[in-house]
Ligand binder design. Structure first.
Ligand code: GZL
Ligand code: ZN
Length: 334
């Protein structure tokens, strides 16, 4: 039974009994327990939302978490249950199962990798708890397993990075290395694809790729390995700013000048990345907007109210060169 119907029922009940004592919004209409799978919210208008976050691996993730926690507040009608999976899929599955046990009203999560979600999503569906995907996608072909996906178009981000590289560097026989995101993650698969599509036909050649798991530390380690293995790297394509910043440390430690001797293109446009871009150590950044909290709140409210929601909401991304970064830095929110 939709929440609105329950609220009208309760208000009517209160009016008829004219007993002002009954806090109508907290009165539960004849039990619909189980119809929406979660009774935690039956007692109030508050939407109980269980969120399973990937981890805290990057500046982007921190900004994404802040946006969700700042938006899904009590005064905005939510009780947010939040868990950090330390980039482990089994922790996310465990968190989702615990939200099902608790009978939350809606579950949302950013899947660390694309595969392996059907079973737990079937369990949420069987419990009548709607699921909303944010940021990363799953490869489930059964799209009744989630109500909506809110996030960026990662293939486009890879293409924007590759197209700029071709514009700037085609014809110089550039040798590129790729610092990939978490193996099997949607942004890793799609950014790699988009970049490869865009440079096909140019003389830019990706001579090696390796995952740095979206972290600065691992990005630095992988770049150190590349610098030992090759002495003619011209370009780094890093799937996020944090790995690009790690690469800068490795390049400087090797006595080379990042942004000059070795060009760097990254994705995210978080503050640290934008600062390095403004300082000339990175050459181009494609933005990936982490501020998904407001969209998540809006979609969750519509889902609980039984309204139709779009299956896919693609957030807008832009891109920055060094000049644009200098102008944009002062009022960047993240
Ligand atoms: C992209 C997001 C990626 C970021 C990384 O939407 O999933 O994960 O690009 C983050 O910084 O770790
Ligand atoms: Zn109920």
């Amino acid at each position: 039974m939709s929440k609105n119907f329950r609220r009208v029922g309760a208000a009517l009940f209160a009016t008829l009994t004219a007993t002002a004592l009954v806090a109508c919004s907290s009165e539960q209409a004849p039990s619909d327990a189980g119809s929406d799978g979660g009774d935690a919210a039956a007692a109030t208008d508050t939407i109980v939302l269980g969120f399973s976050q990937v981890g805290a691996e990057s500046g982007w993730r921190a900004a994404n978490t802040k946006s969700i926690q700042d938006t899904l507040t009590a005064e905005n009608g939510f009780e947010l249950k939040f868990s950090d999976a330390q980039q482990k899929q089994e922790n996310q599955i465990q968190a989702i199962r615990s939200y099902i046990q608790q009978g939350v009203d809606v579950i949302a999560f950013s899947p660390v990798v694309e595969t392996g979600w059907d079973a737990v999503l079937q369990e949420a569906k069987a419990a009548n708890i709607p699921v909303i995907l944010t940021d990363r996608a799953v490869d489930s072909t059964d799209d009744t397993l989630y109500e909506s996906f809110i996030g960026s178009d990662f293939v486009l981000e890879g293409q924007m990075a590759g197209e700029w590289a071709v514009e700037q560097y085609d014809g110089e026989g550039y040798k590129a290395v790729e610092l990939q995101g978490t193996t099997g993650a949607a942004p890793m698969i799609d950014r790699q694809q988009g970049f490869a599509d865009a440079i096909a036909g140019s003389d830019i050649e990706v001579i090696d790729s390796q995952t740095g798991n979206f972290t600065r530390t691992e990005g630095k380690q992988v770049m150190e390995g590349f610098l030992q293995k090759y002495d003619d790297i011209d370009l780094v394509f890093a799937h996020n700013d944090d790995m690009g910043l790690g690469a800068i440390e490795a390049i400087e430690a090797a006595g080379k000048v990042p942004g000059e001797d070795i060009k760097i293109i990254t994705v995210d446009a978080v503050k640290d990345g934008m600062q390095a871009l403004a300082d000339g150590k990175i050459n181009y950044i494609v933005e990936c907007n982490p501020l998904l909290g407001p969209d998540l709140a809006e979609i969750a409210k519509k889902v609980i109210a039984g309204e139709e929601v779009p299956k896919r909401i693609v957030v807008k991304d832009e891109a920055f060169d060094q000049e644009a970064a200098k102008e944009a830095l002062p009022d960047r929110q993240y």
